[in-house]
Design a protein around this ligand. Structure first.
Ligand code: ADP
Ligand code: MG
Length: 612
């Protein structure tokens, strides 16, 4: 049969475009909120039901539309925001493609109500699958209300990809938070199933907005940054101190010309600025706005404008890195948690030069599916786990011991009845990080930090296998304030957390009181531990997956075991550590493959010195 080329019907085009623009309820929310902001709204109310699959309603007090525009706006490529080629490269609105409304309308039931200042009455238009079903004049104040019901009612294949309501609501919350962060002067409210989740009133500064969206305690751990490089290049916002670091990139909010964008160049520049201040696998908290000449950046490379392309990406990268570095240094952050790489012995150097942006462990730019996110979170925690040692450089309190070895008091001689590790003959501790032991003729090097983590992991795992990890009450309960999404997730997972040894109670609003933590981790920094757990939940986003990802969650927890590298141990502590190591089944399944000890035979050592 010969080909017959046809121009596709309008409605099908819209559905195809919807495939790109409308992935899930959160994408609809993003487009609608952006339209309200572009219309100059000062108050935007967002209501969702069933995570947005049943209803998404956005009510704004913006410019509204007259009758003609109200009908036009749901047509493909209908936009009031650009009219010429030049406009495309000099954008000052969030939208410009004129695709969102027709795309959304093609896969849902839409009711649009709008009135402009001049119009005497407003218009209410009902659409189903993109076709106008009814239109009436209505009395209403200036502004626009858009209701999107039954998303994907006519595209079952898409509907199948939707996740649980809580997960979808989480994505909606993310979009909401990002846009609200970028527009402190606008009043935003989010309700879900008629319950107000968060409401932020008009505010004058970013600081106030951050305090009300992300929590005042977090704001106290942040410092302002404002760096102007001239020619329209400026970076400003708030940077978290190193101690406020997180185990995921979830608390990094970056905006380019007012648009939330998770860009690799920007994110890498930011991490570069924190270099040597954070352990690997730890990420800063940051709310940063990059202003750049619109001619220097192309935002039209992705239908949802999630990605951008910089003309001079290394210039932008280096500018961000140095602005962040300078700001942190100015604020006394020059006392690093860690020292530079060069102090490491025999560790591979990370080579930035060969690949400009080699750190690929960022969350993906587009919203990944839950399983992707889950896989990624596991990957990240594995990475961070695997790398803890690499980065655990001597801290500044490190005082070189008089000789290369610190010789502790002799440890009791091995007796045959002892286990393998406790039976080893201890030579000493090297760089307060490694235990040197002799086993017959062989030299054994034990990584004390890895050993401790491994012991913690095994204990947690053994307890978890029995159904519940033993908790230990804190002397003083700790009150933590979370952002609303974290708070929502934690609220849902309190039972899960209890089984993991965390006794946590709601403490009003977005605050929680931590009453007990796993006994194995009794010495850990509680706030950081709980925050990391919540960060992990935000990534996993589903209780079933916490079960599936139990090993990774336990690894994350074990990372909070307290014997670090660079810690002088007393002989008694060393003995206890070796004894505990005897309880670890090294033949068993090892979740991460990082070695705890290395053995060197006499032969190898003699060969090294060319004695044989
Ligand atoms: P774009 O935002 O790319 O222009 P949309 O499909 O999102 O495309 O919207 C089409 C047009 O509808 C916009 O250009 C704008 O003129 C109008 N519009 C959409 N939402 C609103 C709103 N909330 N208030 C006023 N006008 C709106
Ligand atoms: Mg738009």
């Amino acid at each position: 049969m010969a080909h017959k080329i046809k121009i596709l019907p309008e409605n099908l085009c819209n559905k195809i475009a919807a495939g790109e623009v409308v992935e899930r309820p959160a994408s609809v929310v993003k487009e609608l909120l952006e339209n309200s902001l572009d219309a100059g709204a000062t108050r935007i109310l967002l209501d969702v039901e069933a995570g947005g699959r049943k209803l998404i309603r956005v009510v704004d007090d913006g410019l509204g539309m007259g009758r003609d525009d109200a009908f036009l706006c749901v047509e493909r490529h209908a936009t009031s925001k650009i009219s010429s080629d030049e406009d495309l490269f000099n954008l000052n609105t969030l939208g410009f493609r004129g695709e969102a409304l027709p795309s959304i309308a093609s896969v849902s039931r839409v009711c649009l109500r709008t009135r402009s200042e001049e119009a005497e009455e407003g218009w209410e238009i009902h659409l189903e699958g993109g076709t106008v079903k009814r239109a009436d004049a209505v009395g209403m104040p200036r502004g626009t209300t858009i209701e999107v019901r039954n998303l994907f009612f006519n595209t079952p294949a898409r509907r199948k990809f939707l996740r649980r309501d809580e997960t979808e609501l989480g994505h909606v919350g993310d979009v909401f938070t990002r846009l609200a962060l970028a527009h402190p002067q606008v009043h935003f409210r989010l309700t879900s199933n008629e319950r107000v989740l968060t409401e932020v009133f008009r505010q004058n500064t970013l600081e106030e907005r951050v305090a009300s969206l992300l929590g005042r305690p977090l704001l106290r751990e942040m410092q302002p940054l404002d760096c102007n490089a001239g020619e329209g290049l400026r970076l400003h916002g708030l940077l978290g101190r190193a101690e406020a670091s997180r185990s995921t990139t979830g608390a990094i909010y970056t905006f380019i010309n007012g648009r939330y964008i998770r860009d690799r160049v920007v994110q890498h520049g930011l991490l570069e600025g924190y270099r040597n201040l954070l352990m690997k696998g730890r990420y800063p908290v940051a709310v940063l706005f990059l202003e750049i000449d619109p001619l220097q950046v192309d935002v039209n490379v992705h239908p949802t404008k999630h990605e951008v392309r910089f003309r001079e990406q290394s210039l932008v990268h280096d500018f961000i890195a140095s602005a962040v570095r300078e700001a942190l240094r100015g604020a006394g952050e020059s006392e690093p948690e860690l020292q530079p790489q060069r102090l490491s012995v025999g560790m591979p150097q990370e080579n930035i030069a060969s690949d400009p942006f080699p750190r690929p462990s960022f969350s993906a730019t587009e919203s990944p599916s839950v399983s992707d996110r889950h896989r990624q979170s596991v990957q990240e925690s594995l990475l961070s786990y695997g790398r803890t040692l690499d980065t655990a450089r001597p801290d500044r309190s490190y005082q070189p011991a008089p000789g290369p070895f610190r010789v502790p008091e002799p440890v009791a001689a091995a007796s045959a009845a002892e286990g393998f590790f406790s039976g080893l003959q201890l030579i000493g501790q090297y760089r307060q990080s490694y235990l040197l032991c002799q086993d017959g003729e062989d030299l054994l090097l034990i990584d004390q930090h890895a050993a401790h983590e491994r012991i913690g992991f095994e204990r947690l795992k053994a307890q978890a296998a029995k159904g519940r990890i033993e908790g230990q009450s804190l002397l003083f309960p700790l009150v933590l304030e979370l952002d609303f999404r974290e708070a929502d997730l934690l609220q849902q997972h309190l039972g899960e957390m209890a089984r993991l040894g965390f006794e946590i109670e709601p403490f009003g609003g977005r605050s929680f009181s931590v009453i007990a933590i796993p006994a194995v981790l009794a010495q850990a920094d509680t706030a950081r531990l709980v925050r990391d757990m919540v960060g992990e939940m935000v990534l996993v986003g589903k209780s079933a997956l916490i079960e599936e990802a139990l090993d990774e969650v336990l690894i994350l927890m074990a990372c909070h075991s307290v014997i670090r590298a660079n810690q002088a141990l007393t002989p008694a502590q060393i003995r206890a550590l070796l004894r505990d190591l005897d309880g670890v089944d090294f033949n068993g399944h090892c979740p991460h493959g990082r070695p705890v000890f290395k053995r060197m035979s006499l032969g190898e050592i003699e060969k090294m010195f060319k004695r044989v």
